[in-house]
Design a protein around this ligand. Structure first.
Ligand code: NDP
Ligand code: OXD
Length: 313
C-alpha cells in the first residue's frame, strides 16, 4: 500500500493543533508530524517551517518542498545547510495581507493625526492642539510594492494620501508614483512625509535605511518598519530621532527579537514598539495553499509562490 503524503511541522511560534486540523480538512489522508518527532526521515515529503533549527532539513532524503509559515523567507534562506534543489515556497494569503494592511493603515493614520504627540501631551495633562491635517498634505511612501505594499497602498489611496512606492523592478501602478532601484531611491525618499518599509530582508536590502537615507527624507518625517529589522541601522535611526530629522518611528521588527528589555527603543519617547505582530500566517487561510503545493510537488510540478533563493525573496 502506498504511504500517505507526510509533512513535518517545525515551529515553536505556531499552533500545531490548528495547523493539523486545517491541513486535515484541506488534504484528507495527510500525515503531519511535529518536530522533533519525525519518525522515519525517508517518509517526510514536505516541511512546514518557521525559524527551524539550521541544518535539520538535510536529514530528509525525500524532501520535495519547504514551506515558510510566513511571507518573509529570510529565516529559511539564512540556513547554510538547506537541502539543494528543494523548492522553498512562502505563504501568500488574503488573511495575512489584510492584517498587514490593517497595521499599515492604523499606524499611518496615527502618525498623520499626530497621535504620538497627542498621547505624550495627555501624559503631561497638557492641552496641545493640532489642527486636523488634510490627507493631501501627507505624502506616504512604501518601500516595497509587492503583495503587501500594493494592498496597503490601495487602502491608503481611499483616504486621499498622495502615494509613492519603491521597488527593485520598475512598475506602473494607478495612483502611485513609482520609482525603482537604488538610483530612484533618493528622489523617492525626498517626497515621503511618512515612510513605510515593507521590504524583504535580502543581501540587497540589509542596512538600507542608514543615516544617509534617513537624511534624504524631509525633516520631521515619520517611519514605520513592518518589513524586517535588518533593513535598518538601529543606531542611525536613534540618531535621526534624537536630532529631530525623524519625528517618530513605529517599529514591528528588530535586529534582535524579542527586543531585549534594555533596548533604548522600549523607552524612547519617539518610538512605538509592536511585537512583530503586524501580520501572521493563519492556518485557516493558508492550509489550503500548503496542501495544494504539496499535491503539486508530489505530481512533479513546481509549487506556487516559490521564492528565488539567489534573489533572496
Ligand atoms: P513580495 O515579495 O511580494 O514583495 C517584495 C517587494 O520588495 C517587491 O516590490 C520587491 O520589488 C521589493 N524589493 C525586494 N528587493 C528589493 C530591492 N533590493 N530594492 C527595491 N525593492 C526591492 O513580499 P510581500 O509584500 O509579501 O512581503 C514583504 C515583506 O514583509 C516580507 O518579506 C517580510 O519581511 C515582511 N512581513 C512582515 C510581517 C510582520 O508581521 N511584520 C508579516 C509579513 C511579512 P519587485 O516588485 O521589483 O520584485
Ligand atoms: C512573515 C512574518 O514574514 O510574520 O509572514 O514576519
Amino acid at each position: 500500500m502506498a504511504r500517505p503524503p507526510t509533512l513535518l511541522f517545525i515551529s515553536s511560534d505556531d499552533d500545531p493543533v490548528a495547523w493539523r486540523a486545517n491541513l486535515a480538512a484541506a488534504m484528507p489522508g495527510l500525515e503531519m508530524r511535529v518536530w522533533p518527532e519525525t519518525g522515519d526521515p525517508a517518509e517526510i515529503d514536505a516541511a512546514l517551517v518557521w525559524r527551524h533549527p539550521p541544518g535539520v532539513l538535510r536529514r530528509f532524503p525525500n524532501l520535495k518542498l519547504i514551506v515558510n509559515i510566513g511571507a518573509g523567507v529570510d529565516y529559511v534562506l539564512a540556513d547554510p545547510d538547506l537541502p539543494p534543489g528543494v523548492p522553498v515556497a512562502r505563504i501568500v494569503d488574503d488573511m495575512l495581507t489584510q492584517a498587514m494592511t490593517q497595521y499599515v493603515v492604523l499606524h499611518v493614520l496615527a502618525l498623520h493625526r499626530r497621535m504620538p504627540e497627542i498621547a505624550a501631551a495627555q501624559r503631561a495633562a497638557r492641552w496641545r492642539y493640532f489642527h486636523p491635517p488634510a490627507a493631501s498634505e501627507t505624502r506616504v511612501g512604501l518601500l516595497g510594492l509587492g503583495r503587501l505594499g500594493q494592498d496597503a497602498a490601495a487602502m491608503l489611496a481611499r483616504f486621499g494620501f498622495p502615494l509613492r512606492g519603491w521597488s527593485r523592478t520598475p512598475k506602473t501602478l494607478p495612483g502611485i508614483e513609482c520609482r525603482a532601484g537604488l538610483d530612484g531611491l533618493p528622489g523617492f525618499l525626498a517626497g515621503c512625509d511618512i515612510l513605510v518599509a515593507l521590504l524583504p530582508q535580502t543581501p540587497a536590502t540589509e542596512n538600507l535605511m542608514d543615516a544617509a537615507r534617513f537624511a534624504q527624507l524631509p525633516r520631521g518625517a515619520a517611519f514605520v518598519n513592518a518589513g524586517r529589522g535588518r533593513l535598518v541601522v538601529e543606531t542611525d535611526l536613534l540618531a535621526a530621532l534624537d536630532s529631530g530629522q525623524l519625528r517618530h518611528a513605529t517599529l514591528d521588527v528588530f535586529l534582535e527579537e524579542p527586543l531585549p528589555p534594555e533596548h533604548p527603543f522600549w523607552r524612547h519617547p519617539k518610538v512605538t514598539v509592536t511585537p512583530h505582530n503586524a501580520a501572521a500566517a493563519d492556518p485557516r487561510g493558508a492550509a489550503e495553499q500548503v496542501a495544494a503545493n504539496l499535491r503539486r510537488v508530489l505530481a512533479g510540478q513546481a509549487p506556487f509562490n516559490a521564492v528565488d533563493p539567489a534573489r533572496g525573496y
